[in-house]
Ligand binder design. Structure first.
Ligand code: G6P
Length: 368
């Protein structure tokens, strides 16, 4: 049955391993002949999409970090004016929401109180609303109506894993579809990204095959005082999610920063007991992030690098490296998040934590 751990000691580990299939299932029926097609789910016309000058992503927790990834992916696809807000802030600030707003609510459970209330608010203000949820018929789904359902299956571990990956898959398709309806996505980019998306399940499987390596790394670092995660651009949202996983299940302090912002305060905390997990994909920002690695090394912080397979140069900086497969640059969050989930899982296991039911946390927060 779906809610059986099977051979796995924890649901979280099982759910981490389901991710290649979850991506494949999320793509299924939404791609036809190397083209994205969401017309079965979204009754959108090109004229109406032109009207949406503003895009608001509203969510909580891991779903919020999925929207942070989605925003960065979408910014590479078209000329979008995007905000990503946590629901409990969106509700109570004075953010202009109107008929020119497309408001996208992302909630695994579809029951998070703040996200639900934020959706009601946006609806009242005349925004076009859409929900991305893993639960068909959930409260948010029923109230918002228009939806993309992620087919990740029930997620039992309190720490979200496979639903994050399903969300970023759906949101990438959504961004492509919107850019396409607006005439901003070239057929060549569409083909390139669709074929790259179809390669993602295989790449995730490659990362999962390095589980023992990641476990060994976690064993070496399980006594750290805490962790910093750094990344730039498309590497920043997975850094946020990696830090969140670690604090949720290992109770260690973990904080993610955009790498360039480290010197504006957080660097004061660095020393040999505070390792830095640096997400340093081989892209145009590589040198910039490496210079932040050097700054951290100068404060004697151990460095764990999440680097791209072909990147031999990274070995000059550290011997603690997890290599991720190359991808189209836009899709980096997909490959970056898996090793960080496994790292958090094995740190928590080393520390003897209750991984599937971490203290103080609920799977879905239905109170305000
Ligand atoms: C709770 C869960 C998190 C989740 C967040 C948002 O805090 O512990 O794992 O990311 O709620 O949940 P949602 O169901 O709205 O995505």
């Amino acid at each position: 049955a779906m809610t059986n751990r099977g051979e796995y000691p924890h649901f979280m580990l099982k759910e981490i391993h389901e991710q290649p299939d979850v991506v494949a299932h999320t793509l299924l029926g939404r791609i036809a002949g190397e083209k994205v097609d969401l017309s079965h789910e979204l009754a959108w016309t090109p004229e109406e999409t032109e009207k949406w000058k503003k895009i608001h992503f509203v969510a909580c927790g891991t779903s919020h970090y999925a929207t942070a990834a989605a925003a960065r992916i979408m910014e590479t696809l078209g000329n979008f004016e995007i905000r990503t807000e946590v629901a409990s802030e969106y509700r109570y600030r004075n953010i202009p929401i109107d008929e020119e707003t497309l408001a996208i609510f992302v909630s695994q459970s579809g029951e998070t109180a703040d996200t639900l209330h934020a959706a009601r608010l946006a609806k009242n203000r005349g925004a076009r609303c859409l929900v991305i949820t893993n639960v068909r018929g959930s409260t948010i789904h029923r109230e918002v109506g228009e939806a993309i359902i992620t087919p990740a299956g029930p997620e039992i571990g309190v720490a979200a894993t496979k639903t994050f990956t399903a969300q970023i898959t759906a949101l990438t398709l959504l961004g492509m579809y919107l850019a396409k309806l607006r005439g901003e996505l070239s057929p060549a980019s569409e083909r390139r990204l669709i074929s790259a998306l179809m390669d993602i399940p295989g790449k995730l499987a490659t990362i999962l095959s390095k589980e023992r390596e990641i476990e060994a790394l976690a064993r070496d670092f399980a006594d750290a005082r805490g962790f910093f995660f750094i990344g730039r651009g498309l590497a920043y949202p997975p850094a946020l999610e990696g830090a969140l996983k670690l604090k949720e299940i290992s109770y260690l302090h973990a904080e993610a920063y955009p790498a360039g912002e480290m010197k504006h305060g957080p660097i004061a905390l660095l020393d040999k007991e505070l390792p830095v997990v640096a997400l340093v994909p081989k892209n145009g920002l590589w040198e910039k992030t490496v210079s932040n690695i050097e700054e951290s090394m100068a404060r004697r912080s151990p460095i764990i690098a999440i680097a791209t397979e072909s990147d031999e140069e990274i070995r000059h900086y550290t011997s603690h490296i997890i290599f991720t497969p190359e991808t189209e640059p836009e899709l980096y969050p997909f490959v970056a998040v898996i090793p960080l989930q496994l790292f958090a899982y094995y740190i928590a296991r080393q520390r003897g934590c209750d991984i599937d039911m971490p203290r103080n946390l609920a799977k879905s927060v239905t109170v305000e």
